[in-house]
Write a protein that binds this ligand. Structure first.
Ligand code: AGP
Length: 369
């Protein structure tokens, strides 16, 4: 096992550090920037299904559901396709309206999650075209779906999902970009700009990982917290949810993720000097609005840990701690902002003496209801 950990103390840390490579492996052979092309056989062979779809329904659980939420923003924003994101467990039992004009995308690292598998079967019975985004090759979901695209994250051993999340977002981004181009929503030049930017992401993830020693210092300050709030807007709202889930599952600290603007509709009541609030405040994407949310937290004496774009000044002045990530297109920021949040939950869990790779009560794949 020590050999498999490759010198890291835990699989989770190893998998966090594998992300630059995993993201590259996921787009390798698909993203052909020099030819101005995205090649994905699962889509190429079923292009009409996607182009004629009424809407895309995404079903998933846990972290994969968070990747689905990011995909909702990407598909709607870039490809102008209407998307609904559902917890597989709710979808399968609520008598959903599904027709043969719907495309259902099932996202699952393991490809074995019982609720996601059942949702796929239901959608197929109703005539929808079902596409899988899985990591495990030959898994049940990969076999049950009409077509699909694998994430090439490699085996994920840590129960807390890390590289599966960022590679799912990578696949879904490729899909959205491809459809944006096929639909004529994207010009050649805009498409090309995106492909080129996507190719810079692995190096930018490497840079984001350089914050690790700083994140460790911040973790030490907040390791004894009992509650934690995560806020983000737009593309980074799902990242806030994912950050909170990571902290909950491995450190057992109660954490909530919220869209930043929703804070004043309830969670703001929780804020006092004991409450760490992690705010994703990157330059693009409602920056000024997030700044005013940060001011609201500050005036109630909450402790602010902000994830900011390199070179940020405004939030840096207000926050108690800032962690920088490189600049990128707004739609690609989740691939970077999620990195410090993974590291933060990892270090807090280690400092609290938790079993990071196998947290209590959790299984890597949930094959029962
Ligand atoms: C993530 O950290 C979890 N442990 C969990 O939420 C997981 O993402 C969920 O069970 C879905 O699993 P899947 O992707 O294998 O379907």
């Amino acid at each position: 096992e020590e050999i498999e950990k490759g010198g890291y103390d835990h699989f989770m840390l190893k998998e966090i550090y594998e992300q630059p490579r995993a993201i590259k492996d996921t787009y390798r052979g698909r993203l052909l920037a020099d030819q101005g092309l995205i090649k994905m056989s699962g889509i190429d062979q079923n292009l009409e299904k996607f182009l004629n779809a009424n809407r895309i329904i995404i079903v998933a659980c846990g972290t994969s559901w968070h990747a689905g939420l990011v995909a909702e923003y990407i598909f709607e924003d870039l490809a102008r396709i209407s998307v609904e994101v559902e917890y597989a467990s709710e979808f399968r039992y609520r008598n959903p309206v599904i027709t043969d004009k719907d495309v259902l995308i099932a996202i699952s690292q393991s490809g074995e999650t019982a609720d996601t598998l059942a949702a796929i079967k239901l959608a197929k019975e109703k005539g929808a075209f079902v596409f899988g985004v899985c990591n495990v090759v030959g898994s049940s979901i990969a076999r049950e779906t009409d077509a699909g695209a694998y994430t090439h994250a490699g085996p994920e051993i840590g129960v807390a999902s890390t590289k599966a999340f960022t590679t799912q977002i990578t696949v879904l981004t490729l899909m959205a970009l491809k459809l944006a181009k096929e639909k004529g929503v994207f010009s050649e030049s805009r498409f090309h700009e995106y492909l080129t930017e996507l190719e810079t992401i692995p190096a930018k993830v490497e840079k984001a990982l350089l914050a690790n020693p700083l994140v460790e210092i911040i973790a030490d300050v907040y390791k004894d917290s009992t509650n934690c709030l995560y806020l983000g807007r737009g593309y980074n709202f799902p990242v806030a949810l994912e950050g909170a889930l990571k902290l909950k599952e491995i450190s057992y600290i109660h954490a909530e993720g919220y869209p930043a603007a929703e804070m004043k509709h309830g969670p703001i009541a929780l804020i006092d000097e004991q409450m760490p609030v992690i705010v994703i405040a990157t330059k693009k994407g409602h920056y000024e609005k997030v700044v005013s949310n940060i001011q609201e937290i500050k005036s109630r004496k909450g402790k602010i840990i902000a994830i900011v774009t390199q070179g940020d000044e405004q939030v840096t002045e207000l926050a108690d701690h800032v962690i920088e990530v490189p600049e990128t297109f707004e739609s690609l920021t989740p691939l970077l902002t999620t990195i410090p949040l993974q590291l933060l939950s990892y270090h807090i869990a280690v400092m609290r003496g938790c079993n990071v790779d196998q947290p209590r009560n959790l299984a890597k794949s949930v094959t029962v209801e």
